[in-house]
Write a protein that binds this ligand. Structure first.
Ligand SMILES: Cc1cc2nc3c(=O)[nH]c(=O)nc-3n(C[C@H](O)[C@H](O)[C@H](O)COP(=O)(O)OP(=O)(O)OC[C@H]3O[C@@H](n4cnc5c(N)ncnc54)[C@H](O)[C@@H]3O)c2cc1C
Ligand code: FES
Length: 282
């Protein structure tokens, strides 16, 4: 759907050094959107930058027909986007892509690195609506970063959040994987949780978003115990509709082991982590 969405509010979140913005838009896209999908946003009506920019849908409000985008200002496109004011219109293409699976029962563990937390918020809220148990493990820079990247929204939604920082200033010192291992007393409890899943109707699913090395490590850790894991990949995008081949990633067929190319915009951005061939190009 291509639509001019009305800007309801647009504000900087928290500490200005993190350059994180919250943009709420009134759009019919809210009625179709699923957690993990994204919109392709026109950031300029001129030729520079010519290309739209992909931003995940962080919150979906069907009653108000609103979506929330959370984004970090990185370069020319997001700098332009940050100048858009309330009551102006913004051209959106969306909702795009394959989103996360919202489990029907059991527990959902969310694992985020930095601003990878943004697409997980809509998933967490959808899972809570189904009365699932949801927990977030989130690695970031420091307290000011977590506050600027929407920690409060998670707390307001009543979702338990465990944090890790490399300097140990908040939460567990180390990576988000160190945090998970500490929470589960090494990996032995992960194995127990899986066995619990194997012998009862209780299942734990994992969804992750963040830098690729983090998602790879998280996926390998949980997959070895038989959890289902979904990862939201990020690639630079051109068209976002599957036409330009600008966003290719590599998948490995689970049975044959054959490698194939996939489009992050159309086949993803969310993939079954078991299929992702990390760091492989064909
Ligand atoms: C499916 C998808 C969902 C996304 N969701 C969000 C979101 O919810 N919030 C958010 O803040 N960002 C999100 N991004 C990233 C966002 O699209 C980029 O930050 C944005 O396009 C940068 O545009 P720019 O013009 O500001 O920066 P540019 O001038 O284009 O780039 C600035 C710097 O960032 C690097 N860069 C730009 N885009 C990417 C990318 N996709 N991957 C890696 N490096 C990149 C460039 O190489 C350059 O170093 C998402 C990306 C994808 C593919
Ligand atoms: S961005 Fe063009 S094919 Fe994915």
């Amino acid at each position: 759907m291509l639509e001019n969405a009305k800007v309801i509010s647009h504000e900087r979140m928290g500490d200005p050094q993190y350059q994180i913005m919250r943009l709420i838009l009134h759009t019919e896209i809210a009625m179709e959107a699923k957690p993990g999908q994204f919109v392709h946003v026109q950031v300029s009506t001129g030729l520079d930058p010519l290309l739209r920019r992909p931003i995940s849908i962080a919150e979906i409000n069907t009653e108000k027909k609103e979506i929330t985008l959370l984004y970090r200002i990185r370069g020319k496109g997001t700098e332009r986007l940050a100048q858009v004011k309330p009551s102006e219109e913004l051209s959106l293409l969306g909702p795009i892509g394959r989103g996360f699976t919202v489990p029907t029962d059991g527990e959902l563990l969310l694992v985020a690195g930095g601003i990878g937390v943004f697409p997980l918020l809509a998933l967490a809220k959808a899972a809570k609506e189904k009365n699932l148990s949801v927990r977030l493990f989130w690695g970031g820079e420091n307290k000011a970063f977590f506050e600027s990247a929407g920690l409060e929204s998670w707390q307001e939604a009543g979702i338990p959040v465990e944090l890790s920082t490399m300097d140990g200033s908040v939460g567990v010192k180390g990576t988000v994987l160190d945090l998970i291992q500490k929470e589960h007393h090494g990996t032995s409890q992960l194995e127990d949780s899986h066995l619990q899943g194997g012998h009862s109707s209780f299942q734990t699913s994992v969804a992750t978003c963040g830098p690729n090395p983090m998602m790879q490590a998280v996926s390998e850790t949980f997959l070895q115990y038989g959890y289902s894991v979904e990862a939201s990949l990020e690639e630079r995008m051109g068209c976002a509709v599957g036409a330009c081949l600008g966003c290719i990633c590599t998948l490995r067929d689970e049975k044959s082991g054959d490698l194939r190319r996939a489009k992050v915009c159309k086949d993803g951005p969310v993939f079954n982590a078991r299929e992702v061939a990390w760091n492989v190009e064909i």
